[in-house]
Design a protein around this ligand. Structure first.
Ligand SMILES: Cc1cc2nc3c(=O)[nH]c(=O)nc-3n(C[C@H](O)[C@H](O)[C@H](O)COP(=O)(O)OP(=O)(O)OC[C@H]3O[C@@H](n4cnc5c(N)ncnc54)[C@H](O)[C@@H]3O)c2cc1C
Length: 425
């Protein structure tokens, strides 16, 4: 449990650009701090990447995406049209720069540096989710059941053992399990995997219920939500942003928060800022299922597929396609997610998925696997809150809390030198 310092009450106006999980959680804590808050979204609130993802709140994801082995594994995967990872080569300066910095970050040093911060942010965020759940203002099916990684190959076993070792080193609760122990832990489904790694302290929830419930709660609490309103430019005075131009007119404020997810680089380009974020497209397929499903969320290690029981449904999610701001669905990669299921668990037939519509979302991916949280040095009143890649739902509450601390000029609860939005400039 982290004890947060009390910030001074904030009297200023804040405009948040982007109303996904990150923007909405920022609005929640800024509103609590006394600010007058407006959130602007070009679509519906929470309908970006935050809508139908896997819903893991996972301090277990303490290893950054940019780690040794990612490049060699990624190159192998690139050769397969049904692999869980794909990078579409492009001759764009920002893309090339992102790839260069991603490659540079795939080191042990990056992992060692990022791990304690990701652990601390993950744990603190989980505590804040517990507070949301205890508040009972809206139900988001908060479920503390842990997370179970399943492997079926020697390589998968090796990776899980290595991860278990790192987890032990940094104090994350994790247990390696053989097949009989897996089956005892999860008696509702036939376990076909060879073994697994269990993180008992992770939780999960239904992300659409969280973002939609939070948006309503914020509106009832006096936060102004402008949907279907696109931020298209800025008004500047010296080193300060004084207003945003939107499709519904201009808006001025004292502080601005950039929470535009994968669209963030395009938004701040107009300010002359180059922010390295690539969209990492992923898919999910959700089917109704009340019983005969796992109670604990699963990850299929080799297939990189996430399985989440959500209320009366079950969701299968996966793939990472770095292919620009493109939400089109590549059917063969969705099929690859579904085809992996019988390799790990029994009880699911192809016909169960007939008619199920796949969903696509764009994860905002930074090159080093660490989010951007902090003020930009080029503007004194512009705060970055983006780049959370695969852990944006997990880290949304703590990001919002940190944004409110930064905006109130309180000392942030964590050392944020690694999350500086200027670190690749
Ligand atoms: C398949 C899949 C599974 C995932 N599973 C998990 C998981 O289990 N756990 C986890 O922690 N994370 C998971 N993620 C990642 C997570 O979904 C993201 O990290 C998170 O949703 C990012 O939130 P965000 O608010 O930054 O972005 P978004 O939710 O994308 O929100 C950005 C918002 O900005 C708005 N916007 C953009 N441009 C403008 C503009 N010019 N003006 C106004 N508004 C604008 C958009 O409309 C959008 O609503 C998953 C992602 C995918 C795709």
């Amino acid at each position: 449990m982290v004890l947060f310092k009390k910030a001074k009450p904030m009297k200023s106006n804040v405009v948040i650009i982007g109303g996904g999980a990150i923007g909405l959680c920022s609005a929640y804590y800024l509103n609590k701090a006394g600010a007058s808050v407006t959130v602007i979204d070009k679509g519906e609130f929470g309908h970006g990447s935050s809508l139908h993802n896997a819903g893991y709140v996972c301090p277990s994801h303490f290893i950054p995406l940019a780690s040794p082995g990612t490049i060699s594994q990624g190159l192998k995967w690139m050769l397969s049209p049904v692999s869980p990872f794909y990078v579409k080569p492009r001759l764009e300066r920002d893309f090339i720069s992102w790839v260069w910095n991603f490659k540079k970050s795939c080191t042990d040093e990056n992992v060692r540096r990022a791990m304690p911060l990701l652990r601390d942010l993950g744990n603190a965020s989980l505590d804040l989710y517990e507070e949301f759940a205890a508040m009972k203002a809206f139900d988001f099916e908060w479920t503390p059941k842990g997370l179970l990684i399943l492997y079926r190959t020697e390589r998968g076993r090796h990776d899980c053992e290595e991860e278990a070792g790192l987890a032990k080193e940094i104090g994350i609760n994790a247990r390696l399990l053989d097949r009989p122990s897996l089956q005892r832990l999860e008696p509702n489904v036939e376990m076909r995997a060879e073994g697994g790694l269990y993180f008992p302290d992770d939780c999960h929830m239904t992300p659409a219920k969280f973002v939609e419930g939070l948006a309503k709660h914020l509106e009832a609490g006096g936060v102004r939500l402008l949907k279907n309103t696109e931020v298209s430019g800025f008004k500047i005075e010296g080193k300060r942003v004084v207003g945003v131009a939107t499709s519904a007119g201009d808006l001025s404020a004292d502080e601005f928060v950039l929470a535009g997810g994968s669209w963030s680089p395009n938004i701040v380009k107009k300010l002359g800022i180059r922010l390295l974020v690539q969209a990492g497209k992923g898919y999910s397929v959700t089917i109704p299922r009340k019983e005969n499903k796992p109670a604990i969320p699963l990850i299929f290690a080799e297939a990189r597929v996430a399985v989440t029981p959500m209320g009366d449904t079950i969701r299968f999610a996966g793939t990472m396609e770095i292919a620009g701001l493109d939400l089109s669905i590549t059917r063969r990669r969705v099929d690859a997610i579904l085809n992996s299921i019988p390799n790990y668990i029994g009880g699911f037939e192809k016909s169960d998925f007939a008619g199920a519509e796949p969903w696509a979302g764009l994860r905002p991916v930074s090159p080093d696997g660490v989010p951007y949280i902090g003020r930009f040095s080029s503007y004194s009143n512009l705060i970055a809150a983006t780049g959370h890649a695969m852990i944006g739902i997990s880290l949304a509450p703590i990001t919002g809390k940190l944004v409110s601390e930064i905006a109130t000029n309180a000392k942030p609860s964590f050392d944020l030198s690694l999350t500086s939005p200027d670190r690749f400039s």
